[in-house]
Design a protein around this ligand. Structure first.
Ligand SMILES: [Zn+2]
Length: 472
């Protein structure tokens, strides 16, 4: 019997079951915080490694800034503090004494970094400045879910400073494209990209760009964001440089980030009734070998062959499941829950023919292979699985993107099907807020395409084409 609640029955329950049964995370004694277990952390490490390389290729340097931020730093930027103050954890005591100034545990690092930027940047020669930090942040959340929304989470935050708007625009778009490519190539995630509405943008930003993924329950998840911060923070933190012409100017800035939320995104986009389905590139175990035998003699022969196969495939992350006292069927189910992309089954009958059976996690299909052809067949198969998971997710996203040109249709689609709904919007925040209050749907992305139609809410002329959805 499956330990995982069917997706169709209760998606939230299914999600929590998968996290638990795949052994990814535990709850902690502190509400909203999670313990990331080895299997969950290994996924994050693979994300981190690959993305870190891509960040460095863009000539961004890694740094580390303190966890504690003087409260007065946050107060320097009005919009920013209004956005983050309700979520801040504040340290009031240290060393047994009340502090003269409260310290905030970073919810994000703009303020502490930019106070230092004002000391680092003096001349146009100091620009562009491009840094990144891998760290933990804390945002006090009321309703939490492992990986998707936790009070403390892990992330990377890139921060750059440029001499003009064009420089910041280019960087904000570069980061967005980096995330989109990374999602596509490494995580097999199709994402919708575009600009956020002013209501949904980052507190203090000029504009926010976003990547949005569609979960299998029809809800949307914000997977990564990139902000052009304009000169807002430069003004508050006095970050100025002397230009070639000798004039003193404010810098233009960007910040961009993705978090452990990506692990949750993998689960809700690729998971199926049996559990997790991991794209091979990010999977901690890409191939699991399950030996099948009855007698000790058979066991020795089968394990010998399994080790030979493991050796042939050593360029991949391979594990032999040598556990005794559990049936192969039990092992199959467990590796399926954990989403291992390919499973090799090998028993005495396969040995006699120098064959083995490969079960694909993405399709459930089983195919016999000559043991000698695995070396060349396996790379192709894993690529195929990676691509197939992307294509399946893309098809799901396309099938669940619909248009509505009136509010009645909109509400009907939202309630019955979910997914993305494309509509016209006049650009007025009142219409946006009313839709959110009445339906819980928000504008996920404003399309860059021009639009001529009517606003979903007020019926006035709408020149914006937007994607609405209910979000995580
Ligand atoms: Zn309107």
């Amino acid at each position: 019997m499956s330990k995982v609640t069917p997706q169709s029955q209760d998606f939230s329950k299914w999600y929590l079951d998968v996290v638990k049964e795949a052994d990814m995370a535990d709850y902690s004694k502190v509400k909203g915080c999670m313990v990331i277990k080895p299997y969950g952390y290994a996924i994050w490490e693979n994300i981190q490694q690959e993305l870190n390389q891509r960040i460095k290729e863009a000539d961004v340097k890694n740094v580390y800034f303190p966890l504690l931020i003087p409260e007065s730093f946050l107060n320097r930027e009005k919009e920013h503090v209004e956005g983050f103050a309700p979520e801040c954890a504040v340290v009031t005591h240290g060393g047994g004494k009340k502090l003269t100034e409260n310290l905030v545990i970073r919810p994000t690092s703009e303020t502490i970094m930019y106070d230092t930027f004002s000391e680092w940047i003096h001349s146009y020669r100091d620009l562009p400045l491009k840094i990144n930090q891998w760290a933990n942040v804390v945002r006090w959340e009321m309703r939490t879910r492992p990986f998707l929304r936790t009070t403390e989470f892990l992330w990377q935050e890139g921060h750059t400073a440029h001499s003009d708007k064009a420089g910041a625009d280019t960087e904000a778009h570069r980061a967005l494209q980096m995330y989109k490519d990374f999602d596509r190539e490494f995580l097999a995630l199709p994402v919708l990209t575009g600009v956020k509405s002013d209501k949904e943008k980052f507190a203090g930003a000029l504009y926010t760009l976003t990547t949005e993924a569609l979960a299998r329950d029809g809800k949307v998840i914000q997977a990564g964001t990139s902000h052009n911060l304009g000169t807002t923070f430069a003004k508050s933190f006095n970050i100025k440089y002397q230009d070639v012409d000798g004039e003193l100017k404010e810098v233009w800035q960007t910040s961009w980030g993705v978090s452990t939320r990506l692990v949750g995104t993998l689960i809700v986009v690729h998971g199926d009734e049996k559990g997790l389905r991991l794209p091979p590139k990010v999977a901690p175990i890409q191939i699991v070998i399950v030996p099948i035998y009855k007698t000790d003699e058979e066991r020795d022969a089968v394990l010998k062959a399994a080790n030979q196969i493991k050796n042939d495939l050593k360029r991949f992350r391979v594990q032999i499941d040598e556990r005794t006292g559990v049936t192969p069927g039990f092992k199959f189910a467990e590796w399926e829950i954990k989403g291992v992309p390919a499973r090799i089954e090998i028993g005495p009958r396969d040995l006699a023919k120098s064959e083995c059976v490969i079960a694909r996690r993405d399709t459930g299909e089983k195919v016999s292979y000559e043991q000698s052809e695995l070396f060349t067949a396996m790379p192709k198969l894993l690529d195929e699985i990676q691509e197939n998971l992307y294509q399946q997710a893309l098809k799901f996203q396309q099938d669940n993107t619909r248009s509505a040109d009136n509010y009645e249709d909109f509400k009907k689609i939202l309630e019955e099907k979910g997914g993305f709904i494309i509509s016209g919007w006049c650009g007025n925040e009142k219409c946006e807020s009313k839709i959110k209050d009445e339906t819980k749907a928000t504008i996920r992305v404003i399309s860059e395409e021009k639009h001529s139609g009517k606003c979903l809410m007020c019926g006035e002329k709408a020149d914006k084409k937007v994607y609405f959805a209910k979000a995580y």
